[in-house]
Design a protein around this ligand. Structure first.
Ligand SMILES: Cc1cc2nc3c(=O)[nH]c(=O)nc-3n(C[C@H](O)[C@H](O)[C@H](O)COP(=O)(O)OP(=O)(O)OC[C@H]3O[C@@H](n4cnc5c(N)ncnc54)[C@H](O)[C@@H]3O)c2cc1C
Length: 383
């Protein structure tokens, strides 16, 4: 087993890092902690698209995918989330939509000319998606959608929402379907929900009141099996965003370690650099150990995406890396004393951003349940 990057991976990491530091550090300062607009999002997506952030040519080397995600997480964590979601919707529409709908929408979504989102969660539906209540009633050639969704990544700036709806409450979870709701064709309301961090990664509420959606916009069931496999063979659709959460958390931690290291080598107390004190070095060592462990777990999870034990590996990486991101940014602040607490130093924002990744795509508790179920063979949620 080789733990070093190969030459291609090193070259991509160097190139992406140089580009992001030149072009994106200033953009993160300008836009990274305020509500995102659709116009700015499109501008930023166009900037990073050539580096594969919207999904092009990524499946060939899984480690390369993690490398570029971690690099963006290190510089502009909100944009890493925004771009990931934006990059996922197009291929999903291309694979699962009616051919006419796919022909109209998939291209602009894949190219980053239109922005997409996925909406499962609702005010009363979080960790248990089977309880989804947003109602879609089939009336002739269209559905009528009523209900709301919340915490939807990119929701407020999205042109196209892939929305999970209940088509027949009598069927329970079997009545759930996904509808592609194109805001131009079927207008709906939305707003950004202010949160502690990732403020430039919209976390939104969507409201549907008698929204008419063509029946042809239902996902799935339009193609025959012989039409071929989905474009991206990446395993469970739930695991991909979970590894992204881990990647970005590693990027945030790397930034925090760099900032703390630079500070302790300059700052003097008791007549010497504080980096010479054993307890400061102890804090840095704890940070580096946790970061390196999270990064290895994340690479392993990324490489396991299509393996039979993917769920376990992904849950370990997601829970460990996202919690690590919070611990490491907090310790980095501690290395800097009062200076670490200032807005100017920027670590308080990284801590706020890091805290966000623990919740989406399965909370830490849900991932512990997945790991526990795999270890014991017992489903704790149903006992
Ligand atoms: C940044 C961000 C982005 C998001 N993006 C999207 C998106 O794009 N689309 C979308 O649909 N949703 C999105 N979400 C919503 C996210 O999926 C939910 O927040 C998540 O599933 C948890 O649901 P909840 O917040 O309602 O918490 P709840 O499910 O109410 O959980 C509350 C607490 O109870 C615990 N808990 C719940 N069930 C159990 C159990 N069985 N055993 C033990 N503990 C349990 C949880 O771990 C948590 O600590 C996003 C959320 C965030 C923060």
């Amino acid at each position: 087993m080789d733990f070093e990057f190969n030459e291609d991976q090193r070259m991509v990491q160097d190139g992406v890092r140089r580009f992001l530091e030149k072009e994106l550090v200033a953009k993160d300062k300008q836009y990274g902690d305020i509500e995102m607009t659709r116009e700015v999002a499109l501008e930023l997506l166009a900037l990073i698209k050539p580096f594969g952030y919207l999904g092009e040519d990524r499946a060939t080397d899984p480690i390369m995918v993690s490398i570029i995600n971690q690099e963006l997480g290190r510089v502009f964590p909100s944009l890493a989330g925004l771009a990931f979601i934006a990059g996922q919707v197009g291929p999903v529409v291309a694979d699962g939509a009616h051919p006419d709908v796919a022909a109209r929408l998939a291209g602009p979504l894949i190219e980053g000319e239109r922005i997409g989102c996925f909406a499962f969660s609702e005010p009363d539906v979080g960790s248990d998606p089977s309880a989804i209540a947003c109602r879609a009633e089939l009336r002739g050639d269209h559905y009528v959608v009523n209900g709301s969704k919340c915490w939807i990544s990119n929701g407020h700036i999205a042109d196209v929402a892939v929305v999970t709806v209940q088509t027949d409450p009598a069927l329970g979870p079997k009545g759930l379907r996904q509808l592609i709701i194109d805001r131009e064709e079927s207008p709906f309301e939305s707003r950004d929900i202010p949160t502690i961090g990732l403020r430039a990664f919209p976390c939104s509420e969507l409201n549907f009141t008698d929204v008419k959606v063509p029946a042809i916009n239902r996902m799935g069931g339009w193609r025959k099996a012989e039409d071929g496999a989905p474009r991206q063979a990446v395993g469970s659709q739930f695991n991909l965003p979970r590894v992204l959460c881990a990647d970005v958390s590693c990027g945030i931690a790397e930034h925090a370690i760099e900032a703390a290291t630079a500070y302790v080598k300059e700052r003097k107390q008791f007549g010497r650099e504080i980096g010479r004190f054993q307890l400061i070095q102890g804090m840095l060592a704890e940070m580096v150990m946790a970061y390196e462990a999270a990064r290895l777990l994340t690479f392993r999870a990324r490489m396991s995406l299509t393996a039979p034990n993917a769920d376990r590996q992904v849950s370990i990486a997601k829970a460990y890396a996202t919690e690590m991101g919070v611990r490491v940014t907090s310790k980095a602040m501690e290395c800097m004393g009062a200076m670490g607490l200032t807005v100017e130093m920027g670590l308080e924002r990284r801590l706020r951003d890091a805290r966000m990744w623990i919740v989406p795509d399965g909370t830490s508790q849900i991932h512990r349940l997945i790991i526990g179920r795999d270890v014991t063979g017992f489903s704790a949620t149903r006992s």
